[in-house]
Design a protein around this ligand. Structure first.
Ligand code: 6R9
Length: 629
């Protein structure tokens, strides 16, 4: 189903509310099912228990690959642009991708991976990452992709939580001018991962790596001895497709679980409608497949649509800040989907990096990951879209599987900094703190969704109670997003940011508790509190208030050491931008840190700290204010 006018959008939206099952049955028909579903939807948000297309049998790779072979075998499925622009780009046609997925699937089978087994994938942005994801899906193994920037400790936590039997990695990774070890990091992780039996290693950088007999295998050797045909495992619509870990406001990251049928339908439906995909277009999503955006809009959505998906190994600033525009011109990109943090960063280098590029192939632009500010929106519109490309600001989350609130490119009206309208099938509501629904327009509150859509989270791996607590308990009967939002006089939605203790740093979700736990593991640290502060490029920066046992003799050195500890426990993305050593934190009499005060100080707004009379020791506030960075 592709909506092609604003009028049609309104009609279809209404239909999706009046008859959701009829609506989704129509969308579901567009896919290849081995056996039709018996029931479109069964749900309650209390347990929660959500089932879409129950009884339907399918395999997502038959929809992403086999289905296109008859007519489009030689059409490019993936165009891969390497880190170094002087290396050659690689094009994988649907036929080649199919062959390589099947070969790898046979390797996985050979080493005992079966339907339901978990496989951890820790790879750079090379075509083999997409191949590994699809090979797992082919045989019904559950993939858990871990972003290449995470530390050994983060990898082992994720492997152990999911009980992965295999890890797929590479010797190293290229990232701009740097070579980053991958296998070595996995080796450290595996010191505490008893479930892992095999490690499959791809050669990318030719970095010397240790290879253990009986455990480690070379990708290139293994794929030589298997067939390039592998029947797809028959999956139930509600069988698990993948786990993807994401940060929340408390404790360790949660394994968000998505299932085969609903996720396939939702990722594909949103790809086709939001970007108004037309056959033959080249779609470039700059995310990493280690995040949900890459899962849905580099791999599954585009491939299930038979599109050409561009994968970029490097970073937007290497060899210079014109790299994305080089890629757009070189590969004649039609759809560019990126993040506000990337736009702001490239903006800061100035227009000289844009001016020698034609960018005339671009037809549609997209933004994702964090609220986009007015300035970045207009810069993107004028300088990249040359004033004529529609921009879709797409709001959604790992837990959603695909875009929930967004314009449809060129079809629905746009408004800078507004995600605008819910997609047909999505029923957003704003609620106040007491859970009362806020009706009408010109209101702001906490964003909830009151009816399921096919891509909704099914559970958090191994801990269903946590799923219920996190998303379905704050406002009973509704899915709570954790975001604040306003609805303007036209009914357009604008996401204002997280209302919980989750930070959004360069579009990456980071839990304050996670960073605090890592800092507290550092020698000599007694306690810490993390808050976000406005950051020109990253959107939010990380500000850490830290109590130490003794006053640090060399504060600058200790700041660096603490950052090194955070990088080791979580990964470099969670390093604090600012560290202030304090002798106490503002706490209530019941021992709760008043983050509201710390946030104000971190923002540099100390004029109005509000009521501090309930603090145990109000004098710490003056000390913190005086030492603010
Ligand atoms: C897809 C993705 C989800 C959180 C989400 C919200 C923020 C994402 C946004 C946006 C404003 C947008 N977010 N897109 N905020 N406008 N267009 O990013 O998933 O990594 O799980 O992050 O990101 O705060 O709750 P994820």
């Amino acid at each position: 189903m592709k909506i092609s006018s604003y009028e049609e959008y309104k009609e279809v939206y209404q239909k999706s509310v009046d008859d959701p099952e009829g609506f989704w049955a129509e969308v579901g028909q567009e896919f290849q099912w081995r056996k039709p579903w018996k029931r479109v939807l069964d749900w309650n948000f209390d347990e929660p228990n959500v089932k879409w297309f129950e009884g339907g049998k399918m395999n997502i790779t038959e929809n992403a690959l086999d289905r296109h072979l008859e007519e489009n075998a030689n059409k490019p499925a993936i165009i891969w642009e390497p880190n170094d622009p002087s290396d050659e780009a690689v094009t994988l046609t649907y036929q080649v991708l199919y062959d390589r997925v099947c070969s790898l699937a046979n390797v996985l089978k050979k080493y005992g991976i079966k339907k339901g087994d978990r496989v951890c994938i820790y790879l750079p942005m090379v075509p083999e990452l997409a191949i590994a994801v699809l090979a797992c899906a082919r045989i019904g193994a559950i993939h858990s992709v871990v972003f290449g920037g995470f530390s050994a400790k983060s990898i082992s936590d994720r492997i152990n939580d999911a009980g992965c039997k295999m890890v797929i990695t590479s010797d190293g990774a290229y990232r701009g001018p740097k070579v980053i070890p991958m296998k070595e990091t996995v080796d450290h992780a595996l010191e505490s991962c008893p479930s892992v039996e095999r490690v499959l290693v791809l050669t990318r950088t030719r970095t010397p790596v240790a290879m253990l007999k009986g455990r480690d295998l070379w990708w290139e050797d293994e794929v030589k001895y298997v067939e390039a045909k592998c029947p797809a495992e028959e999956m139930d619509s509600e069988d698990v497709l993948f786990i993807l870990y994401t940060s929340g406001s408390t404790g360790k990251p949660k394994g968000v679980v998505h299932t085969c049928g609903g996720y396939m339908v939702y990722a594909t439906y949103t790809f086709q409608n939001v970007f108004q995909y037309e056959p033959g277009e080249v779609h470039f999503c700059t995310a990493d497949i280690g995040w949900i955006t890459g899962h849905s809009y580099i791999v599954y959505g585009p491939l299930c649509s038979g599109a050409t998906s561009l994968m970029f190994e490097g970073v937007p600033t290497y060899p210079d800040a014109g790299r994305l525009w080089d890629i757009v011109d070189k590969h004649k990109v039609n759809i560019l989907y990126t993040a506000p943090t990337a736009i702001r960063s490239l903006m800061s280098f100035g227009l000289q990096y844009v001016k020698d590029h034609s960018l005339s192939s671009l037809k549609k632009l997209g933004s994702v990951g964090e609220p986009i500010n007015e300035e970045a929106w207009h810069w993107f519109k004028e300088n990249i879209g040359k004033g004529s490309c529609p921009i879709v600001d797409t709001w959604w989350q790992t837990e959603n599987g695909g875009i929930l609130i967004s314009g449809l490119a060129g079809i629905t009206p746009e408004k800078a900094t507004y995600a605008t309208l819910p997609l047909p099938g999505v029923q957003p509501v704003l609620v106040d703190e007491n859970g009362n629904e806020l009706e009408g327009t010109g209101v702001s509150g906490n964003l909830c969704i009151k009816f399921p859509w096919p891509g909704i989270i099914r559970t958090t791996y191994g801990d269903h109670e946590r799923c219920k607590q996190t998303y379905f308990s704050t406002y009973p009967g509704k899915y709570f997003t954790g975001d604040g939002c306003l609805r303007d006089e036209n009914g357009f939605y604008r996401i204002t940011g997280r209302v919980d203790d989750v930070l959004n740093v360069s579009g990456h979700r980071i839990g304050t508790a996670e960073v605090e736990n890592a800092i507290n593991m550092h020698l000599g640290v007694v306690e810490s509190a993390i808050v976000g502060f406005p950051h020109d490029i990253k959107g939010q920066g990380i500000y850490a208030f830290i109590i130490t046992e003794r006053k640090p003799a060399e504060p600058e050195m200790m700041r660096k050491d603490i950052s090194a500890t955070v990088a080791q426990i979580i990964g470099p993305i969670a390093k604090p931008d600012k560290i202030q050593f304090v002798s106490g934190l503002p706490k209530t009499r019941s021992g709760k840190i008043m983050r509201r005060i710390l946030r104000k100080i971190a923002e540099g707004d100390v004029s109005n700290l509000g009521d501090t009379s309930t603090l145990l020791d109000p004098s710490v506030v003056d000390e913190i204010k005086a030492g603010a960075i």
